[in-house]
Design a protein around this ligand. Structure first.
Ligand code: F6R
Length: 371
């Protein structure tokens, strides 16, 4: 049942192109409109939304962080992202015109469910994104969009994460469409790029051997910590890369917004400390690219060994980093679909080299049904 792979996690990493393609299939109708699964909300309800809150836990929270950049850019509606366990207990400002987007692979995470119930008590509308048809969170929501990752067996989330991103992009584009599109050209261009994403993810997966080699080297060197840095959507990807490494390899791993390094974390860098940098495309938002190159220089000057995840043909990054892993060109907002993959593989390989059980890491459960 592992389909020829040694672990479920490896199988699930490899299923990502299909899982994302399945999640997109049939969701864009002939007229280019996005179709949700279960909607107990009118178009007018969607038009009345003046604020979005995304709530989730763990990896699903990281998908939410990426979505904030997309929703605010495409719709101009203010969007906040919060850990479900925090949201519930701090009296957030919610009303009828607030849309709460709950992201949960299992649909049963107790913290997220409690946050959904709290939001509904306050009359907010709830749209959920889940991988489990008929689970509690979708049942209690006003609208649902299911991811179609198939059953995810490994405790560490991989294909569920990528499909959550795909579904979240659809929700962002749906909101933009129902509310009247100011960026009609951009929305249709993004839809085309989204449809092209599975092919690019497959390309990334075919070329992962150099990432595995880096991971084995880190394990052989007895690395005790790994730092991940990113900016813009690369920041949540850095958080996700660090979470994967923590849960699988039991190593101290942390993700930072690269601009925050100088405000404290840079003191963690010693000679040989691995730093994985998620580098945005050098095209378009090149300001962001320049900034992360400076961050790479800062950590290198203190002895870090820099592994950069960058766009193919990015010669500037190649000249500064110790090692580069190239991903196909993609619009910045969609790039997490590609850049997260080498980080999953890095964590899986490093953990395997350390003899860990990557499908069943210690102390973790697949579905967290306690608060
Ligand atoms: C990490 C992981 C967890 C889950 C979190 C939320 O690899 O799998 O962090 O993402 O427990 O679970 P769901 O999405 O089921 O609510």
């Amino acid at each position: 049942e592992k389909g020829g792979f040694e672990t479920f996690m490896r199988k699930e990493i490899n299923e990502q192109p299909t899982a994302v393609a399945d999640t997109l299939r049939g969701r864009i109708d002939e007229t280019g409109q996005i179709v949700l699964d279960e909607v107990r909300m009118s178009d007018q309800d969607f038009r009345d939304i003046d604020k979005v809150f995304i709530i989730a836990c763990g990896t699903s929270y990281h998908a939410g962080l990426v979505t904030k950049y997309a929703i605010e850019h495409w719709t101009r509606i203010p969007c906040e992202v919060e850990l479900a366990s925090e949201f519930r207990y701090r009296d957030p400002v919610l009303d009828r015109s607030t849309l709460v987007v709950a992201i949960s692979q299992s649909g049963e995470t107790m913290d997220t469910l409690m946050a959904v119930r709290h939001a509904k008590d306050q009359k907010a509308r709830v749209l959920s994104i889940s991988n489990t048809v008929g689970s509690t969170i979708p049942r209690e929501s006003d609208a649902v969009l299911y991811t179609r990752a198939g059953i995810e067996v490994a405790v560490a989330s991989t294909k569920a994460f990528l499909t959550q991103l795909a579904a979240c992009y659809l929700v962002g584009l749906h909101l933009a469409q129902v509310r009247g599109i100011k960026y009609a050209d951009e929305v249709s261009a993004v839809l085309d790029e989204l449809v092209a994403a599975p092919g690019k993810i497959a390309k990334v997966i075919e070329n992962l051997e150099p990432v595995r080699e880096m991971a084995r080297q880190c394990a052989a060197l007895g690395t005790d910590r790994v730092l991940f840095i990113g900016r813009h959507v690369g920041y949540p990807v850095a958080l996700e890369g660090a979470l994967k490494l923590k849960e699988l390899a039991y190593l101290h791993a942390e993700g930072f917004a690269a601009g925050e390094l100088k405000h404290g974390p840079i003191s963690l860098i010693e000679d040989g400390t691995p730093v994985i940098a998620i580098v945005p495309s050098p095209r378009g938002r090149s300001l962001l690219h320049d900034k992360i190159i400076s961050n790479i220089q800062e950590v290198k000057a203190r002895g870090a060994k820099v592994i950069a995840i960058c766009e193919e043909g990015d010669r500037i990054t190649a000249a500064h980093a110790d090692f580069v892993f190239e991903t196909p060109a993609s619009p910045t907002l969609l790039s997490p679909l590609l850049t997260a993959v080498p980080l999953q593989e890095f964590a899986a390989e490093l953990a395997t080299a350390l003899g860990r059980d990557i499908d069943q890491p210690r102390n973790l459960a697949k579905s967290v049904t306690v608060e």
